[in-house]
Every structure is written in structure tokens, then in C-alpha cells.
Design a protein around this ligand. Structure first.
Ligand SMILES: Nc1ncnc2c1ncn2[C@@H]1O[C@H](COP(=O)(O)OP(=O)(O)OP(=O)(O)O)[C@@H](O)[C@H]1O
Length: 385
């Protein structure tokens, strides 16, 4: 999230009309307003407002890389209806390279790819044979996939080749196994790129790049008729929706408690007669139960635990189609994104405690040296005499 906030007036390209009971037509436009940080229009290259892949990278990719080099975990995920451009934005085409290969072109990235069944798409030998890998949770580093193969890439071309290899492995595996879950892959791919900075800072930051399946799968009715695929098929996307709205609700609750508490402390400091009642209300608000966040209900949300409401800077790309036929899906994507925007994460620099202490002591020495220098400069005129 940046501080920049624009407003998006959602207006269908043709005014929506409603047939009234008496046969008349109500052609009033229905406008909906949404907040967002960036908006990219990439329908027609000849359009003066056309946003190229390079522009999207400059706005989003560069901030991902700079946050990661500072030691923050970063997550970038694309959400939207089928065919609205998630893969185009995240992966791109050979002629128009998207965000993921551009982000991964930096040296010493370690890439791992897996789908929602946590299959290692780039594994060789034993790793390739395994149907699925286990997700475990490290007390400090958070959830991770055990025994995932790691691949180092040093340029954009290598990253693109590796991604294509992983994606073709996923398609082959799904076709051969007649695996219902893989055929309707909820998560197209999930890459974890780990940036390891060498000593003395020892910063390790994790980048999650996620290309989700079409958002219409988040609708529990989507595969009602597909008996073979079962009702759990869209679990990742449905759970993602539940997690996002629960987090948004918690964040809103916390911010309203904070504002009540700040009004209360202001009233207390000015000696207001009603301060105690406001404090009580604040305490009551804080005491209100926060929603339980069901991260573990799906592998996707478990692995993205830090990215959603935790230690990460997270960017959600909501892709929408300009077509009037996609009105409902577009509206639902924008509502989803508006919910996600309310989530407050707590990103922090990943540093070893000892390393942090050394860094802080060095900063203190620098500060004291500067003070000493300015003190010497002030006292010099007297010495000259
Ligand atoms: N901005 C764009 N410019 C040019 N082509 C685009 C753009 N966005 C999408 N496309 C093209 O539209 C088609 C569908 O896009 P894409 O595969 O990215 O959709 P998706 O949201 O990932 O769909 P799904 O959820 O089904 O995988 C692709 O052929 C893609 O190259």
C-alpha cells in the first residue's frame, strides 16, 4: 500500500438499464466508487493512456525489488476473472515480458514453484515422483514447503525458461494423472524467490509471486454440477476470500478502537468530564473479539499467512475486463480488492538479533562521530586564536 489513493468510478461502458414494473426503462447510471493505489489501462496500445509491461514493472516491480533488498518480505498476487489478464501481467509473453521474469532477473535468486497440491514442479528424481510435499511452519520464518527444490537464476531469460518448464510440467502431470484437482488448478503457480544478502547485514527476504486461477471459482456455486470435482475444488480461493474479509474486519475494528482510544486520551488530557465514559467505551471496543483467521483451511492461505496481515509488504493486482458482459465479475473483483485494501500488515526487516545489534551500534557510533565533528567545528575558532 502506498499513501497515494485514487478513486475509481466504476461505470459500465453502456449505461445499465432496468425494466420497471410499468414497462418504462430506468436508464440512470449506477456508479460505484473504489479506492486504489495505481490503475493501469492496457486494452489498446494506441491509446495515449496505455500502460506497457515496462510501466507496470516500474510502478510495482521496482518497489518489490527495493523492499526485498531492504530486507522486507514481499508478496505480489494477481486476482481476477478468467481471461482478464492475470497471467499476462504476472508472466507475460515472450514478446511482452511480465512482472515475474523481470523481478527474477536479479542475481542469486532462488526460485521454487509448486501448485496448490504443493507439488514441486521443478523437482528432479525423487522430488519429481512425490505426489505432494508437506507444508510446515517455522516459529520465526513462518510456513514453508518441506523438501522443495531450489533453482538459482541470474537473468530474465533463465527465469522465463524455468517458469515455462514448471508450467509445462504442471500441464503434463495433470493430463497424465487425470487428476481432477490438478486439472482445475486453483493456484496456477506460486514462486518463492529468496534474496540472500551477504554479510555483514545477513538479510534474507522472501518474495511470493502468485498467479491465481479465475476468481469465478471462488463462487461456491461454480462447480455445483461437476460431481467429479467435488465441493472442495475451490477451497483455496474460497478460503482466500474468507481470510481477506476476516482480516479486513479485524483491521477496521482495531482502527476504530484506536480512534476511540485517542479521542478518550485527548479528552482525559484536556480534563473533559466525559473522559471516563469514552475510555470505557474504548476498552469495551478493544475487548471485542477479533475474528479467527482460518489460514490453515487451505494450503494457499497457510503459505501466504505472512503476506496477509503479517510480516510482508503485499501488493494485490486486481485484473478486470472492460467488457459489459463481465460487469458482475468486475464488480465482485473490485469489492474483493477493496476488502483486501483494508488489511493492515506489519512488515519488518528480517534480521538476526545479533546482526541488528551490531548495525544499531554502528549507527550509534556514526551518530556520535558526527556530533563530535560538529562540536570540533564549533570550537575551532577559539583554537585558532
Ligand atoms: N493487457 C493485455 N494485452 C494484450 N493481451 C492481453 C492482455 N491481457 C490479457 N491478454 C491476452 O488475453 C488472453 C487471456 O489472458 P490471461 O491468460 O492473462 O488471463 P488470465 O486472467 O490469466 O486467465 P485464467 O484465469 O483463465 O488463466 C491471453 O491470450 C493474453 O495474452
Amino acid at each position: 500500500r502506498t499513501n497515494l489513493l485514487h478513486h475509481f468510478l466504476f461505470r459500465p461502458m453502456q449505461p445499465r438499464t432496468t425494466q420497471l414494473e410499468n414497462g418504462a426503462v430506468d436508464s440512470r447510471e449506477k456508479l460505484q466508487e473504489f479506492g486504489f493505489d495505481y490503475c493501469f489501462w492496457s486494452v489498446e496500445p494506441a491509446d495515449p493512456h496505455y500502460a506497457s509491461q515496462e510501466e507496470v514493472f516500474q510502478d510495482l516491480g521496482v518497489s518489490v525489488l527495493s523492499a526485498a533488498s531492504e530486507g522486507y518480505n514481499v508478496c505480489l498476487f494477481a486476482y481476477g476473472q478468467t481471461g482478464s489478464g492475470k497471467t499476462y501481467t504476472m508472466m507475460g509473453t515472450p514478446d511482452s515480458i511480465g512482472l515475474t521474469p523481470r523481478i527474477c532477473q536479479v542475481r542469486h535468486w532462488v526460485i521454487s514453484i509448486y501448485n496448490e497440491r504443493v507439488r514441486d514442479l521443478l523437482g528432479a528424481g525423487e522430488q519429481k515422483k512425490r505426489a505432494s510435499l508437506r507444508v510446515r511452519e517455522h516459529p520465526e520464518k513462518g510456513p514453508y514447503v518441506q523438501d522443495l527444490s531450489q533453482h538459482v537464476v541470474s537473468n530474465c531469460k533463465q527465469a522465463m525458461e524455468l517458469l515455462e518448464e514448471g508450467i509445462s510440467n504442471r500441464i503434463t502431470a495433470a493430463t497424465h494423472n487425470h487428476d481432477a484437482s490438478s486439472r482445475s488448478t486453483k493456484l496456477k503457480y506460486h514462486i518463492q524467490a529468496i534474496l540472500e544478502n551477504n554479510l555483514p547485514s545477513e538479510i534474507v527476504s522472501r518474495i511470493n509471486l502468485v498467479d491465481l486461477a479465475g476468481s469465478e471459482r471462488a463462487d461456491p456455486n461454480y462447480c455445483r454440477d461437476r460431481l467429479t470435482e467435488g465441493s472442495n475444488i475451490n477451497k483455496s480461493l474460497v478460503t482466500l476470500g474468507i481470510v481477506i474479509s476476516a482480516l479486513a474486519q479485524n483491521s477496521q475494528m482495531s482502527s476504530s478502537c484506536q480512534s476511540i482510544n485517542s479521542v478518550a486520551s485527548e479528552a482525559e488530557s484536556t480534563g473533559g468530564s466525559h473522559s471516563s465514559s469514552l475510555s470505557d467505551r474504548g476498552a469495551g471496543g478493544a475487548g471485542r473479539r477479533h475474528c479467527f483467521i482460518p489460514y490453515r483451511d487451505s494450503v494457499l492461505t497457510w503459505l501466504l499467512k505472512d503476506s496477509l496481515g503479517g510480516n510482508s509488504k503485499t501488493i494485490m493486482i486486481a485484473t478486470v475486463s472492460p467488457s459489459i458482459n463481465s460487469y458482475n465479475e468486475t464488480l465482485s473483483t473490485l469489492r474483493y480488492a477493496a476488502h483486501a485494501r483494508n488489511i493492515v500488515n506489519k512488515p519488518r526487516v528480517n534480521e538476526d538479533a545479533n546482526v541488528r545489534l551490531i548495525r544499531e551500534l554502528r549507527e550509534e557510533i556514526d551518530r556520535l562521530k558526527t556530533m563530535l565533528l560538529s562540536f570540533e567545528m564549533v570550537s575551532k575558532p577559539f583554537n585558532i586564536i
